[in-house]
Design a protein around this ligand. Structure first.
Ligand code: ADP
Length: 628
């Protein structure tokens, strides 16, 4: 049979071009990628072997062998793993299987394409070998039987496929090095790269060494015990960093890692990593989890049962001998040992974050900026960890400024005299609430207000409404009684003395005019400079939540009417009350009432119903005022 010629899928060519341009300074990683593929192939074989006894046998131990043919400039990487059938060769080495990678490639902008870190996020894989090879020959025999096949390509858009005479199980990859990449044929160069990147690999990586006398010997290059199974003291930081790069596809150094060795009821070893930067799919990823090994056999790369969703940014490895080797997905889901391991991992991760917060707040804030919102999901899903999580959350507040942070602990330490509640305000961002009228009284009394400005915060607050003995109290919901809290101000004294009768008529006017929009009009205790503001019922929905619900298509008609509060000390309110009491024309007064209501909407960030009408009314009022 002659060789069949096939074309690469467009995306493959795209990926190869991208790699050549972005990774030129880091070409050596091609060897790590090929070794990693070989190691995966042996993993797959060992996993299948447990239940399938008909797989092709190999005379050698499960391993990877590297050879260098210096005369012909060919570097060879060989494994006795699961191998590939003809179809698998064509599907795996001619297309990009992962739809995630495909979508990602489509999304990459020209600018992004220059950023090698982004490429690191989805792994470069087999095709990276074309950075150093002008031709690649892959010969493979599947452990499932059938003919062996040979795949050949010069990375120029096509590949050929033809029968091969390979007799043994597994895959042999020949890289015909480019003329200017001959450095990779050198013994020491090869040894160096393997030690640097692949020391963690669980299977032996041998190098075929040629002695002076022409004899050859297979020497092992990697350590025999994987990082997580070694004693912590034997490991160097580089060992962890390398393991991280391999399992996470992240090129950046991890922020921190924890090596966990538990001896108790369910003994296990684990290394877990917290990344420095968010993976691009942090909010959409559903493939989080830890790589699970049982007795050195890789069981699954993303074991969800070992990691809660709110720690989905964590990557790592867990090995336990407590599970049967032939464990299936169903068994994993119902296994009672995994939850115990998971619990320990959660505990360790949270306590290491706590340490970071205590010892390096700068670093912690950076972590928090990136992952805080995800961590907060834990309040909803993990009741048991509420206390620990509450030590880890940080907020912006009326006292921190835009760049500062405050913890619950600090908030309580600096609370105002007589303060028995933790005050907060929700909103879409710092700017939109820092000038909120709702803050006025609290600010003037020196009381700090937490700004809950993450989209998740409305849910956070539903799951966590009490911190220790302190209720969390929204300052734009329900009554706000600040009597005896913080310093007493002049306005408060004045308001106390204010005869309410003067305002009765005006309040009635508001009620009648705005009956469709609001539930009630009240005299406010929270305003200082502003004339009015809107508040929700104690159990009602904040304006921010209402907007979120609307934005997500969960409209709620008009059953969420709010209360309009007016400031009895404000000159505008006083003047209007005066006019009303003196029997002024109600048509004009009504216009003022409408505009006041609309400014209350604007100041909380809500849209006015009809901007055109609002502008006309405002202009008319300004016209009247300017004429005087
Ligand atoms: P990735 O490893 O990220 O899936 P690659 O492009 O490196 O992407 O490899 C594509 C696929 O080719 C692998 O998923 C695997 O199925 C197959 N493959 C690559 N190398 C080997 C090998 N040495 N033995 C068996 N299969 C392999």
């Amino acid at each position: 049979m002659t060789a069949e010629v096939h074309s690469f899928q467009t995306e493959v060519q795209q990926l190869m071009n991208l790699m050549v341009h972005s990774l030129y300074s880091n070409k050596e990683i091609f060897l790590r990628e090929l070794i990693s593929n070989s190691s995966d192939a042996v993993d797959k074989l060992r996993f299948e072997e447990i239940t399938n006894h008909n797989l092709l046998k190999s005379e050698k131990e499960n391993s990877i062998l590297i050879r260098n043919d210096k005369d012909n400039n060919i570097l060879i990487i060989e494994d006795n793993g699961i191998g590939m059938t003809k179809d698998e060769l064509m599907n795996n080495l001619g297309t990009i299987a992962s739809s995630g990678t495909k979508k990602f490639l489509e999304k990459l902008s020209e600018q992004d394409k220059k950023d090698s870190n982004l490429i690191g996020q989805f792994g470069v894989g087999f095709y990276s070998a074309f950075m150093v090879a002008k031709k690649i020959v892959v010969e493979s025999r599947s452990a499932h039987g059938g003919e062996a096949y040979k795949w050949t390509s010069a990375g120029d858009g096509t590949y050929t496929i033809e029968p091969s005479s390979k007799e043994t199980r597994g895959t042999t990859i020949e890289l015909h090095l480019k003329d200017d990449e001959k450095e990779f044929i050198d013994d020491w160069r090869i040894r160096g790269i393997v030690r640097k990147y692949s020391d963690y690999v669980t299977y032996p990586i041998f190098f075929l060494e040629k002695k002076e006398d022409g004899a050859t010997e297979e020497v092992r290059l990697n350590k025999s015990t994987p990082v997580w199974a070694r004693n912590k003291r034997e490991n160097k930081p580089e060992d962890y960093q390398e393991l991280y790069k391999q399992i996470s596809m992240d090129w950046k150094e991890p922020l921190l890692w924890e090596h966990i060795s538990v001896e108790g009821l369910v003994p296990f070893n684990a290394v877990v990593f917290i990344p420095t930067e968010a993976p691009f799919d942090l909010y959409t990823r559903d493939n989080h989890g830890l790589h699970l090994y049982v007795k050195r056999v890789s069981i699954t790369e993303k074991c969800k049962e070992l990691l809660p969703e709110y720690l989905r940014f964590i990557s790592g490895v867990v090995e336990t001998d407590e599970l049967p080797l032939n464990v299936s997905r169903e068994i994993l889901q119902h296994n009672n040992k995994l939850p115990q391991i998971k619990k320990q991992i959660i505990k360790k991760v949270l306590s290491s974050l706590q340490n970071l917060a205590n010892n390096d707040s700068e670093k912690y804030f950076n972590f928090y900026k990136t992952f805080g919102a995800v961590l907060k999901e834990g309040f909803h899903f993990d009741f048991e960890q509420h206390e620990t999580l509450s030590d880890l959350v940080r907020f912006k507040s009326s006292k921190t400024g835009k760049d500062g942070w405050v913890s619950f602990k600090e908030y309580i330490e600096r609370k105002a005299d007589g303060q028995k509640e933790i005050y907060y305000l929700t909103g879409p961002n710092f700017e939109s609430i820092e000038r909120s009228p709702h803050l006025e009284a609290l600010t003037s009394k020196g009381i700090e207000v937490l700004f809950l400005i993450d989209p998740i915060d409305e849910w956070f607050i539903m799951s966590y409404n009490k911190h220790g003995e302190y209720n969390l109290k929204s300052i734009n919901k329900g009554d706000l009684d600040l009597n005896g809290v913080g310093k007493e101000t002049e306005e408060e004294k004045k308001n106390e003395e204010k005869p309410v009768e003067e305002l009765v008529g005006l309040l009635d006017l508001f009620r009648t005019k705005l009956s469709d929009e609001i539930k009630e009009v009240k005299i406010s205790k929270r305003l200082r400079e502003s004339a009015c503001c809107l508040v929700a019922d104690e159990n009602g929905m904040s304006a921010h939540m209402e907007r979120i619900m609307k934005a997500t298509g969960q409209g709620m008609a008009n059953n969420n009417k709010r209360i309009l509060e007016i400031n009895p000390s404000h000159n505008l309110i006083k003047n209007l009350a005066d006019r009303k009491n003196k029997g002024a024309d109600e048509t004009t007064l009504n216009e003022w009432v409408e505009v006041l209501y609309e400014t209350a909407l604007l100041s909380e960030g809500s849209p006015v119903k009809n901007p055109g009408t609002f502008a006309k009314r405002l202009t008319k009022i300004m016209e009247m005022a300017s004429g005087k």
